[in-house]
Every structure is written in C-alpha cells, then in structure tokens.
Ligand binder design. Structure first.
Ligand code: AMP
Ligand code: MN
Ligand code: MN
Ligand code: MN
Length: 289
C-alpha cells in the first residue's frame, strides 16, 4: 500500500526540471490524488499546476518550501494550503529571492577564483530567468565537466568549507511561521533527518517550532529511510505536531521515491490532512499489485 498524498514537489519555478503542468501529469499518471507544489521561495508555478490538476481530476495543494536560518543552520519549512495572494507571505518570499540573486552573484565570484569561469551566467541560463538555486550551479558545473554529478558538485564546491560556499541568510523560524499562518496555511518542518542534527538539537528545533505554533513535521520523505520515518513519527507525537508526507521530487533523471510509491505514515501519526475537506474526499491509500 502506498500513500496517495504527495505534499512536497518542485518544478521549473525553482530547481525542478519539469514544468508545473508536466509534474502534475507525471504524478497523476502514477496514482497521486493530492499533490502539493512546493517550490523553493516561490509560488510562481501554482496557477499552472492548478489548471492541469483540474484537467486531470486531482487536488492541487498550493505550497512553497521556505528557506530558514535557525541557529546559523539552513533548514527548510514547507507551507501547505497557503493563499498565494497574501501580501505578507509574498513580501517575505521576495526578500528571500533578493538574497538568492545576490548570493548567486557571490557564488559566481567565488567559483571564478577557484578556476571555474562564467558559472553565474551558466546557472542563470539553466534557471530560465526564474530563481537561481545552488542546483542550477551544480547542473552547470556538471555540464562543463567540473564534477561527475550534482552530488559531487555540492560535496566539492557548494557546501560549508568549499570554494563556492556562501553562508545562507534566510528567514527566521518565527517570521516564516507567521507568514504561513497569515496566508492561512500550515507550517511543516521539511525532511528533518537531512539536517544531520544531534537528537538534542533537533528536539530544540522542534520545541522552538511548536512554541511558535508550527503545525507539522515531514515524517515520510523521499530523503528519509524507514527508520527515519519511525523516529520522526515519535518526535511528531511528542511535540504535538501533525505528520506530513512528500517525495521532494525534483527531476525524473535523479533518483527519487517515485510518485505514487510513497510509504504510508507510521501508525499513531495524525496526518496533516485529517481535517482538510477536499472536493472529492480522496482515498489515502492505493494498492499496487
Ligand atoms: P539552495 O536552496 O539554492 O541553497 O539549494 C538547495 C537545493 O540544493 C536543495 O533543495 C536540493 O535540491 C539541492 N541539494 C542540496 N544538497 C544537495 C546534494 N548534496 N546533492 C544534490 N543536491 C543537493
Ligand atoms: Mn531543491
Ligand atoms: Mn528542502
Ligand atoms: Mn524540497
């Protein structure tokens, strides 16, 4: 049995390689009934995704994955069911995109010093004029042969201590929760196991988040193991957080937990969608033989 909800996905509006329409078609064809579009720091793809979802008869949840700096570390907060026309949210996101633009220039300068010219222009071209992510730098560096794959670019060039690293200056945890709530949405800590925090640090994050009124923890994620999901389910219960599930899809070319193949939430989780009233109360599970 698999989960028909997939509440974390990227398109060309950020660092995904499929247009919002193609993403929705791929997911719907694979059995997803409720899909959230959650591009980094942008809701630009939501309208297109909504049109295609309506054609395909699935539910599209408007969302965004917001970049946050907490305790000098970058973490990601997924916002679900936001009103994308909310001013407070959009002002917050536009500030983050302004930092991205400045950071991209700076990454280009630093990589040039490391002997890789023109990476800003290269990354910008790959972003199609939309926001520039480190993923676009990674793709460009693979193209010019500076590394074998995107993962290696991150490892050798883009992370802390490497030549193209620029420290994040993203939103605060508090502002982010407030923007999401102002826009009528729910705030979810994304892929918690990916931060490689100690257990006590993660619990400090969850305590801070819960105290600010944060709603949920991404328990099932494309970047989580089965054990990660069980551990996160326990944390969610303990901090009174709802549980979310999403593939974090970016591209059919990179390994990802395929749409329609996300595992179910572990027993005892309260799903983030428990009080959503969707137009056609979608079944939560699909059986695949
Ligand atoms: P940014 O928000 O521009 O700093 O870029 C973060 C994005 O880079 C993430 O959302 C992932 O899509 C991608 N990313 C981060 N770390 C890695 C990695 N080690 N390998 C491949 N992609 C990564
Ligand atoms: Mn990404
Ligand atoms: Mn993320
Ligand atoms: Mn993501």
């Amino acid at each position: 049995m698999f989960c028909t909800y997939d509440l974390h996905n990227h398109s060309t509006a950020s660092d995904g390689t499929l247009s919002p329409a193609d993403l929705v078609r791929l997911a719907a064809g694979a059995g997803v009934r409720v899909l959230a579009l959650t591009d980094h720091d942008s809701t630009e793809g939501v309208a297109e995704a909504e049109r295609t979802a309506a054609e395909r008869g699935i539910d599209l949840i408007p969302g965004v994955e917001i970049s946050v700096t907490w305790n000098k570390q970058t973490i990601h907060m997924v916002a679900l069911n936001v009103d994308i026309h909310n001013d407070q949210l959009q002002q917050g996101l536009s500030g983050l995109r302004a930092f991205r633009d400045q950071r991209a220039l700076e990454i280009g300068v630093r990589l040039e010093k490391a002997g890789i010219p023109d990476s800003f222009e290269g990354a910008r071209a790959l972003s199609n004029g939309r926001l520039i992510s480190r993923t676009h730098f990674a793709r460009y560096l693979v193209q010019v042969g500076a590394a074998k794959d995107e993962r290696k670019v991150f490892k050798h060039f883009l992370v802390n201590g490497k030549p193209g690293h620029v420290p994040g200056q993203w939103a605060t945890l508090e502002d982010t929760v407030n923007w999401i709530h102002a826009a009528g949405g729910q705030a979810v800590i994304a892929h918690p196991a990916r931060y490689r925090m100690t257990r006590s640090k993660l619990r400090r994050l969850l305590a801070d988040f819960a105290a600010l009124g944060g709603d949920a923890l991404e328990v099932v994620s494309g970047s989580h193991s089965k054990d990660d999901a069980f551990v996160m389910a326990k944390h969610a219960r303990e901090f009174g957080l709802l549980a979310s599930a999403g593939s974090d899809f970016h591209s059919p070319e990179t390994p990802w937990v395929a749409h329609g193949r996300l595992p179910l939430l572990p027993d005892g989780c309260r799903p983030i969608w428990h009080d959503w009233s969707l137009p056609d109360s979608s079944p939560v599970y699909i059986m695949v033989s």
